[in-house]
Every structure is written in C-alpha cells, then in structure tokens.
Design a protein around this ligand. Structure first.
Ligand code: C2E
Ligand code: CA
Ligand code: CA
Length: 635
C-alpha cells in the first residue's frame, strides 16, 4: 500500500526519470564521443535522471518512514540532492545552446567562463544550505523557502535569457529546423516550469524538461541525415551547412581536402568501401571525427577551427604520414598515398563555390612531387575551374573575339591571307589567351560551341567583302582534333558556310597532327570529307613533336605550317638550322607549300626567303589584332 501511495505521488518524477534514461541510453549508443555538444546533451539527460532519482528518494523516504522531510534524514538528503542537481540544469542547457550554435570555442573563452559565475553562486548557496539555511529550512516540521531560492530562480531565468539571446544572435546561421526545434522545446520546458509554479500540486516540471530533451534528441541530436553511414563521419551536406554557418558568422579557419587516395599497388581491392572505411578511421586517429567530412566517394575534408597556417600544415603532414604508414584492411596493412588541398577561409574560400572546387577541381598530375597544395599552388588548382566558368560566361555574354594576324608571301609587302585567333575578354578575369583556355575548352567539350563561334565570325567577315577588297586569298581557322571527331562535323560546318553564302575555298582549316598513328584512318576520312566539301587544309605546328613525315605524305594537306620554335632554334644553333633546312627540303619534295610562323625580324624573313619558303607570318608584319585594326592596317 505504501509502495502504491508513494508511486502515486512520484508518478511524474518516475516518468521524468524513465524519459531521461531513454534519452541518455540513445545518446550513449550513438557513440559520438568527443564532440562538446553531444557531451553536454548526455550531461543534460544524466542531470534530469539524477534530479528525478533524488526526488523519488525523498517521496519514498517520506512514505516508508512516515515522516515529513523535516524529520527525515533520507528525505532531506533526497531534497538536498534534488536542489544540487536541478540548479545545474539551466546552465547546462544554456551551454548546450551555445554549443549547438557553434559558439563554444576558444575565442569565446572569457565570455563562456563569465557566464559560469551565476551558476557558481547558486551552487554555493545550495551546498552551503545545511549550514546557512539561506535557500530553505525546516520550521515546525514544515519546509520553508528562504531568499536564496529566489536567487536560484533568478539565475535560472538568467540562463534561460542567455540561451534565447544566443539563438537570436545566431538566427541566420541556423537552419529552420534547428531554430524551430530549439524554440519549441524551450517552450515545452518553460510551460512545465510555469504550470508547477502556479499549480504546485502538479509536479510536472521535471517531466516537461525530460520531454523537451527527448524532442532535442529527435531533432538536433539526431544527425543521421548528416552522417555517412559507412565511415561514420559527416557528409558533404553537413560540410556545406557548417561552412556556410561559419562564413556567415565571419569565423575563420582552415579546410584540408584529402584527395587522390591511391593504395599500394599490391592491394587488389581498389579504392573500395573497405579501404575508404580504414582511411576514415585513420583520419579519426589524427583529427576529431566531428571535424571530418566525406565529400565525394574518394575525398575527405578536414575542418580546423583555427587560422594558424603552421598548425594546418602540421595537420596536413600528419595526415599524409599517417596514411603512408598504412591503414588496416582486413588482415592487410595498406599504404595509401594522398594529396591535400589546404585553404584558409574566408580569405581563400569565400563562398560555397570555392568549397565545392576543393573537392571537385581537377588536380595537376601527381608526378611533380607536390603533395600539399596551398597558397600559390592553390591558385593553379582553382584556375582550371575558374577558367572553365569564364569560357561559359564568354559564350553566354559574347565576350569572345576573333583577332586576325596577317600572312604575307615571302618577299611581298602586300597581304596574302590571315589567321583567325580567338581571344576572351572576360568581364571578371580580364583578357585570357588561347594557350590557357583551349585545352580546358577541349577537355570540357566547350570547344565545339567556341569553334562554331569562330567559324561564324570568319564567315561574317568574309561576307562583308572586306577581305576580298584587301586582296586576301583566304582566312586560316584553327581546328582542334576534339572538334574533328564529332559526328557530322564537316556537314555542320558546310551548313554554316552555306548559310552565309561563302565559298568554302575561302576558308583554310589548320589542324595540329597530334593523333596517334592508328587514328590516321579517322583523320584521313575527315580530311577527305573536308576536301570534298571544298574547304582547304594546312598542317599546323610542324616540328613540335606531334607531326611526322609519314602524315605529310599520307594526308592531303595544301600547306605545311612550320612552328615558330623551329625558326627560333635555327637562328640560335647550327643544329637547329640544319633541322629547318632539311624540313623545308623534305616538304618541298612532297610538292606542298610551306608557311613559317613567328617571323619577328628582317633577319628571319631573309633566311626564310633564301630557304625557299612560300609564306610568312609573324610580329614582323603584325601581332594578331581585332578585325577593325586589321582592316585599318591594310586599307
Ligand atoms: P598557333 O596555331 O600556333 O598560332 C600561332 C600563335 O603564335 C598565336 O598565338 C600567335 O599570336 C603567335 N605568334 C604568331 N607570330 C608570332 C611571333 O612573331 N612571335 C610570337 N612570340 N608569337 C607569334 P595565340 O594567338 O596565343 O594562339 C595560341 C594557340 O591557340 C594557337 O597556336 C592555336 O593552336 C590555338 N588557337 C587560337 N585560336 C584558336 C581557335 O579559334 N580554335 C582552336 N582550336 N585553337 C585556337
Ligand atoms: Ca594555327
Ligand atoms: Ca604554332
């Protein structure tokens, strides 16, 4: 009977205890140790459990010993224990909120310590109570409240206010879910406290707190959607959310992207799930799990909430060495090589775009021995992606422009032809040159749209009649092999030319013979198609290592263009001169005409004249210039 009478009185407390216990066990089973937010959360659950246990002790002691708390040592102990633990709840919750909004770090040490002072005061009051009676005392068998209890209430209100202010200050840095769950569960707790304050018979405060905690567990502490199941680190989505928050708060730090993981050649498993899991575990040994993110199947990001370059570099080296030392997969020890892109935010990573680039940008080949890309080297990693953006912008905004460089007959002063050379006047990066953007346009497929733009521009120029009136025989247009292997490529070009009503013979395509020997058949058929469509053809960059004599014989070129490097070498060394002379002699024998580019001086021109070259191109006559300037040169 006594048992049930006590149970009746303690029902709310027992429910609170059970709820807090469930929360605690769940939080514990998650095994997310080490992160302050999670530790504070477990502490909150533990605190509610203890408070409930103490108060249950008081109720049972009163019922079993049939004595009120004033004359009952055990009940008094329960009451005392309840006070000690319950005064901890508000400050714990406040710190938890600060941790949730990610403000619990070193820079805020002073602020976060100052916040502790009211807690210390209230705890001293409670602990001193057996001697001082400042919080409560027993009089005539009745429990009496004293002024100390008021202070404890005020302290509770203070922590509640700090918690609210923290949430409000970080309003923008939090997603909707976090905001609403924090506010909602705080409200539940507050209503519990208020109900008990006004209806002291309804002992619902602790239960409301425990329920609030369970709500937080289901929303904030439940990070399943942010966690990578296989590796138990955060995922890409979590990284973007976290860094976005940091950038909004003007916080700074370092990001280390671990890329290009390559396992020992003995290891036959490839970069499979097992290897990645072992790499993740090795990373957790050198950096806390909650600052590790897996952002692509084979790349991890480590977050360092510190802007010290030496510490960041030290971590990068530690990671590389740790992986090199070997990770354990099954019974095997696998040595893993990795490269790290290391960047500082907000200086080097200003937005989420930069963040994405760290994981996705194409890295330079690994054989240059560089393992850590930082500072200037970071530039080259990002450059490719930035240039790719510029190419897309150029195509959309029409900031590509075709320049023209004149070609003269040897010994002649008048214009013979011109080469169309593309330029990009980017609105953000300024002028870009084809040596940089053509390879990127080729690797991304943007070369096709860009190439069509050049052909259209050249057609428009030819259509204007100006080239004819300047006495030009044709215009040279560069083609990349990537373009040539497109289906219906020649047909499309023919369609464009017909659209403008241009004689295809006015266009001479230049192509660098860079395809491997077994692609001859392909190139041969493309060239035959071109020829059948009435276009003309040159072999570009002769002598640069791609071209060989075989292709000169096999492929139906009209003109062979000797690269400027051959000319410049001939001027410098005897050997270079022999190569130039013999190349010219050999090409002559095939009956093809010869153009040499890079003619910068009268000396060059004279030498080439003596060797019997047909056409000359170079700065001696003019650099490539915009259409208007080109026309003005010869008008
Ligand atoms: P390329 O076909 O070998 O073009 C000749 C390059 O040599 C041009 O560089 C030109 O400005 C430069 N040049 C000509 N004469 C002289 C000289 O006397 N001295 C010096 N120092 N340089 C001279 P540019 O315009 O920077 O073009 C670089 C390369 O980009 C071209 O090499 C070509 O392969 C490619 N390219 C340019 N425009 C196009 C295009 O529309 N489509 C494609 N697929 N490639 C293009
Ligand atoms: Ca060319
Ligand atoms: Ca060249």
């Amino acid at each position: 009977m006594v048992f049930f009478a006590a149970l009746n009185r303690a029902a709310f407390y027992i429910a609170a205890f059970a709820t807090a216990l469930i929360v605690y066990v769940f939080a514990f089973l998650r095994h997310r140790l080490g992160k302050t937010q999670n530790s504070l959360f477990r502490a909150l659950a533990l605190d509610i459990m203890l408070s409930s246990a103490f108060i249950i002790l008081r109720v049972y002691a009163e019922e079993y010993l049939r004595a009120p708390v004033s004359e009952n040592k055990l009940a008094a102990l329960g009451h005392f224990g309840y006070f000690i633990t319950h005064t901890m709840l508000a400050p714990l919750f406040c710190y938890y909120m600060i941790a949730v909004v990610d403000d619990l770090h070193r820079e805020n040490k002073i602020k976060n310590t100052l916040i502790l002072i009211p807690f210390v005061i209230s705890e001293v009051l409670v602990l001193g109570n057996p001697v001082t009676n400042w919080v409560y005392y027993y009089e005539a068998g009745q429990l009496q409240r004293n002024w100390g209890e008021m202070i404890i209430y005020v302290v509770g209100v203070f922590y509640f206010a700090v918690g609210i202010v923290t949430v409000l200050f970080n309003w923008n840095g939090m997603n909707k879910k976090r905001r609403s769950s924090l506010i909602f569960f705080q409200m539940i707790t507050i209503s519990g406290v208020l109900v008990q304050l006004f209806f002291s018979k309804i002992k619902i405060e602790l239960l409301a707190e425990a329920i609030g905690l369970m709500g937080l567990m289901l929303s904030i502490e439940n990070e399943d959607e942010w966690i990578e199941i296989g590796t138990f680190v955060y995922n890409r989505k979590a990284l973007f959310a976290d860094i976005e928050r940091r950038l909004k708060k003007n916080a700074n730090g370092y990001l280390l992207c671990v890329r290009r993981l390559s396992a020992d050649s003995r290891y036959r498993g490839g970069a499979g799930a097992n290897l990645i899991r072992s790499v993740a575990n090795a990373l957790k040994e050198v950096h806390p799990w909650y600052n590790i993110y897996r952002i692509t199947p084979t790349a991890f990001m480590l977050h360092l909430r510190e802007s010290d370059a030496d510490i960041a570099r030290g971590l990068a080296e530690t990671v590389i060495n740790r992986l090199e030392e070997g990770v354990t997969v099954g019974k095997e020890k696998i040595h893993v090589e990795a490269s790290i892109i290391m960047a500082k935010y907000p200086e080097e990573i200003r937005s989420l775009v930069g963040l994405a680039l760290m994981g996705d940008a194409v890295l330079p080949p690994a054989d240059d021995g560089v393992r850590i890309y930082e500072g200037e080297k970071l530039g080259s990693v990002f450059r490719q992606a930035i240039v790719e953006d510029a190419i897309r912008r150029g195509l959309n905004e029409g900031t590509f422009e075709v320049y023209y460089q004149p070609v003269h007959k040897t010994g002649g002063l008048e214009l013979y032809a011109a080469e169309a050379l593309i330029r990009l006047h980017d609105t953000q990066m300024g002028d870009l040159y084809p040596d940089e953007f053509i390879p990127i346009a080729e690797s991304t497929g943007l070369i096709n749209e860009m190439g069509e733009f050049v052909v259209r521009e050249v057609c428009r120029f030819l259509k204007s009649g100006t080239p004819d009136s300047l006495g030009m025989d044709h215009i040279n247009v560069n083609l990349s092999v990537v373009q040539c292997i497109q289906n219906d490529f020649v047909q499309n070009l023919r369609t464009i030319v017909d659209e403008y009503g241009i004689d295809p013979g006015k266009i001479n395509f230049e192509i660098t013979e860079s395809v491997a020997a077994n692609d001859y058949k392909m190139l041969e058929s493309v060239i035959t198609d071109f020829k059948n469509s009435g276009f003309r053809f040159s072999m570009d960059d002769y002598g640069t290592g791609y071209s060989n004599m075989q292709s000169i014989f096999l492929l139906d070129f009209d003109v062979i263009k000797i690269d400027k490097s051959i000319l410049w070498e001939a001027e410098k060394t005897e050997g270079g001169r022999i190569i130039l002379e013999n190349s010219i002699k050999m090409i002559r024998k095939t009956g093809k005409r010869i153009l040499v580019e890079g003619v910068e001086t009268d000396k060059h021109a004279k030498l080439l004249d003596e060797l019997g070259v047909d056409y000359l191109q170079g700065y001696l006559f003019s650099k490539p210039v915009p259409e208007k300037d080109f026309v003005a040169l010869y008008a």
